[in-house]
Design a binder for this molecule. Structure first.
Ligand SMILES: NC(=O)c1ccc[n+]([C@@H]2O[C@H](COP(=O)([O-])OP(=O)(O)OC[C@H]3O[C@@H](n4cnc5c(N)ncnc54)[C@H](OP(=O)(O)O)[C@@H]3O)[C@@H](O)[C@H]2O)c1
Length: 262
């Protein structure tokens, strides 16, 4: 950004992120760790959370151990955000995932509940605790991390895909509710990305010997490679930044062109 453009917009090269306070769930590895690293690099004060893995968290970020699937976990995280920073300006709901099964009928009832808690209700609970402060301050940006699997919902993964689909609809609805308060809410939808969670899922698919075309792990994306965590983090940071000031309720699909758009 030129000096002139900076003066004109009041933004630095990173879209005015410097000095903001962020919460990122699942920041100990994969996409979440890339988001944390990039935010710290942009001068953001970051608190991240996972059930374990404090030692893996990128340098410069603070950490609180919690399970986002529970109401108690959400309370612990919100209290830590309040204690560390007095509130947050930016929230990235990144923790997510689920183990695939051979078919939809094989997914145990307990795993349906788990998938909904982790990939959907965790965001609902944390947003309920964190958005009142944002509304009051009349500023804030939230990103929900979904999955391109929603665009091709395969049976072995329906608990996960259905939870992410609910998350997308919720995210859009929340964006309308919070827009009058200057709080923006967007979704980032990654395609296959090289992370520990992504690799574990694809290995499990291979073990289940699900037939070709029956999983969404068969082809190379049109752009010729799978995603890197930073590909997704770039999109997240853009949506959090002042450069996306007129963007809310959007869903940015970052998948190398792989999945069909509606
Ligand atoms: N990688 C892909 O190909 C891909 C594709 C589409 C969408 N996504 C989505 O992108 C997001 C990140 O995926 P990823 O591949 O980077 O995942 P990952 O490598 O498995 O990392 C997940 C992170 O979330 C934390 N986490 C998991 N369960 C948690 C819980 N119950 N409470 C608190 N933290 C929890 C993990 O730490 P602990 O295990 O220690 O708690 C870890 O820090 C997820 O929402 C996923 O659904 C990924």
């Amino acid at each position: 950004m030129t000096e002139f453009a900076r003066e004109l917009t009041g933004l630095d090269g990173l879209g005015g992120l410097d000095g903001k306070r962020a919460l990122v769930t699942g920041g100990s590895r994969g996409i979440g760790a890339a988001v944390v690293r990039q935010l710290v690099g942009a001068g953001v004060e970051v608190l991240t959370t996972a059930r374990s893995g404090a030692a893996e968290v990128p340098e410069g970020a603070r950490f609180v151990a919690a399970d986002v699937r529970t109401a108690e976990g959400a309370e612990v995280i919100a209290a830590a955000a309040h204690k560390e920073f007095g509130g947050v300006d930016l929230v990235v709901h990144n923790a997510g995932g689920a183990q695939p099964y051979a078919s939809a009928a094989d997914i145990p009832a307990e795993e349906w509940k788990n998938a909904l808690e982790l990939n959907f209700l965790a965001s609902v609970r944390l947003d309920a605790l964190l958005t009142p402060g944002m509304r009051e301050r009349r500023t804030g940006a939230i990103v929900h991390v979904s999955s391109a699997a929603v665009l091709t919902p395969v049976g072995q993964f329906l608990h996960y895909v259905a939870a992410k689909a609910a998350l997308e609809t919720y995210s859009r609805g929340l964006s309308l509710e919070l827009a009058p308060f200057g709080v923006r809410v967007n979704t980032v939808t990654p395609g296959r990305t090289a992370t520990p969670g992504g690799e574990a899922t694809r290995e499990q698919w291979a073990r289940l010997a699900v037939g070709p075309g029956q999983t969404n792990a068969d082809d190379t994306p049109p752009l010729g490679r799978e995603g890197r965590p930073d590909d997704i983090a770039d999109a997240v940071l853009f949506l959090l930044s002042g450069r996306a000031d007129w963007l809310t309720g959007s869903n940015l699909v970052v998948d190398g062109g792989e999945f069909p758009r509606g």
